[in-house]
Write a protein that binds this ligand. Structure first.
Ligand code: TRP
Length: 374
């Protein structure tokens, strides 16, 4: 066993300090180069801050998606959410980016709510809980500004008639030894979980089935979902006569604790979209930071923004690069202390929440327009 602290990334667990370069090698994905960003920018005009700041850092076949697009073949977007609780700020990050892609490319978006997966995986959750969270979380999705004419949100449980017909075709090509190797399933894993990867592969092909022609698919998602595409969807696509789905992968948004991603199972380190301003403020003020043990030491040596969740949040919530650089510089030089830094972040987050919660209320009126039914 290596002594150095290592990390774990699976669809159900992210632990430790993630080495993203290593992940690219282990998963066999490709880093996003500046050339690829320039090529994207030819179509989008501007570069989204999450791309510029390398929060979206890895891909599979994004160049192929652009080849197709440039040849006149439009792609659709597919992403999803496991509705095991309320949405937190970490969940929103890939959704902001997905909304931008939808707008820039005029793409349809299929949004899968895996209420089946979360029921199967979490001993403490009933089906009523997870389907209920599908609807709660859908409000947050809609609040991100997706186009009601081009966005299709569906609950796996409620849209099962259509999904199941495709899922059995996928499942027929996947052996138990494959899902064991890809997902680490064991003999004690329930058989619902063993089948579920087929369900998560379905939306890669759903629009092609619904429209009766092959349509390229681009999946924006955090990199922990990659095993589904690498091990299942991409492996079986050619056997069913579909294109392999392309991906664009994001890093994780850290929680307010030390290391690891923001996680609903550690509520004190995650800011939920339904938190009150006071709760959000208190969580931020109690956050782990990259600060030193004493003020004097911080003044002398400076802080360590690279490991600091507070700094990380600026990179996600401040649009202006100059402002972000300023925080980084002041922190590193010892000029900016953690107290001041947290207070400012608290203002930024509270402003964001206020606006988001307003849009979330509005979303209740249009929810049904977004839901895909069969
Ligand atoms: N399994 C994902 C989760 O637990 C949800 C999901 C389904 C998803 N399909 C997806 C996420 C596609 C990203 C892209 O959160």
């Amino acid at each position: 066993m290596p002594k150095k602290a290592s990390f774990i990334v699976t669809p159900w667990e992210v632990k430790g300090e993630v080495d993203y370069e290593k992940l690219i090698r282990e998963f066999g994905t490709t880093g996003i180069t500046d050339d690829l960003i320039d090529r994207l920018a030819k179509h989008t005009g501007d570069i989204h801050p999450l791309l510029r700041r390398k929060v979206f850092f890895s891909h599979r076949d994004l160049d192929w998606i652009l080849d197709k697009y440039e040849a006149g073949e439009k792609f659709f977007l597919y992403t999803g959410r496991g509705p095991s609780g309320h949405t937190h700020l970490g969940h929103l990050v890939p959704w902001f980016f997905t909304q931008w892609l939808q707008e820039k490319f005029g793409a349809e978006l299929y949004f899968q709510m895996t209420d089946d997966e979360k029921f199967l995986h979490n001993p403490g959750l009933t089906l009523k809980d997870t389907v209920g969270y599908t609807y709660e979380n859908a409000l947050d999705i809609i609040a991100c500004g997706f186009d009601p004419e081009k966005t299709f949100i569906f609950s796996d449980i409620e849209y099962s008639k259509t999904l199941y017909q495709i899922a059995v075709k996928v499942a027929k090509h996947i052996t138990f030894s494959t899902v064991k190797a890809v997902f680490g399933f064991e003999n004690s894993t329930n058989i619902g979980m063993a089948f579920f990867p087929a369900i998560q592969a379905v939306p890669c092909f759903l629009p092609s089935v619904l429209k009766g022609r092959n349509i390229p698919c681009l999946i924006p998602a955090a990199i922990d979902q990659d095993p589904y595409w690498r091990g299942v969807a991409r492996a079986i696509a050619p056997k069913l006569g579909f294109y392999k789905p392309a991906q664009i992968h994001s890093k994780f948004i850290p929680g307010l604790g030390k290391g690891g991603k923001m996680s609903a199972s550690e509520p004190e380190t995650a800011i939920f979209t339904v938190d009150t301003p006071k709760t959000a403020h208190d969580k931020i003020m109690n956050s782990f930071t990259g600060g030193r043990a004493t003020v004097q030491e911080q003044r002398e040596k400076g802080g360590t923004p690279d490991i600091c969740p507070v700094y990380h949040y600026y990179t996600v919530f401040l649009k202006d690069d100059k402002e972000v650089e300023e925080v980084y510089r002041r922190c590193k030089s010892g000029d900016l202390l953690c107290g001041e830094d947290k207070l400012r972040l608290s203002e930024v987050v509270k402003n964001f929440l206020k606006e988001h919660q307003r849009k979330r209320e509005e979303a209740k009126k249009v929810l049904e327009k977004f839901m895909l039914r069969d």
